[in-house]
Design a protein around this ligand. Structure first.
Ligand code: FES
Length: 133
């Protein structure tokens, strides 16, 4: 991880811009990283044109999981739900500017798994790693 990316992650972890729970919300999903138990919940508000108007994350976990969630929810505000469904692992990693090993990759992608399970309307416990391949 280069110094700039490290600073960005630490700043987002310590000063998240999009932490919270939208109430009411149109879309909600939550899940854990099975390797460590760290948790992310994402809530979205969507307008009549299926555009995401507000997005927040909540949860607890390592700096990479929380910073990644903060940046991910920021990136979906203003996007059509159909476009959010197309976000890939590479999009998240480009946004973070990191190269990570397999364990830390799971940290970075937990929020994407939660987000995609939410926009696809999956039920509790139905999110799988296939969503972030
Ligand atoms: Fe748990 Fe990173 S160590 S999500």
């Amino acid at each position: 991880m280069d110094d700039l990316s490290r600073e960005l992650i630490i700043d987002r972890f310590q000063n998240p811009r999009y932490r919270g729970i939208l109430n009411p919300h149109d879309i909600v999903y939550e899940d854990d990283n099975p390797l460590c138990g760290d948790h992310i919940q994402i809530t979205l508000r969507v307008d009549e044109n299926d555009i995401v108007t507000e997005a927040l994350f909540d949860g607890q976990g390592c700096s990479i999981s929380q910073a990644s969630a903060d940046m991910l929810v920021e990136s979906v505000i203003g996007k059509p739900v159909e476009e959010v469904k197309q976000i890939t692992k590479d999009d998240v990693m480009d946004n973070l500017g990191l190269e990570l090993g397999p364990v830390r990759l799971k940290c970075a992608l937990l929020s994407l798994k939660v987000l995609k399970a939410g926009v696809y309307g999956l039920g509790e416990g139905e999110a799988s790693d296939d969503l972030v391949e």
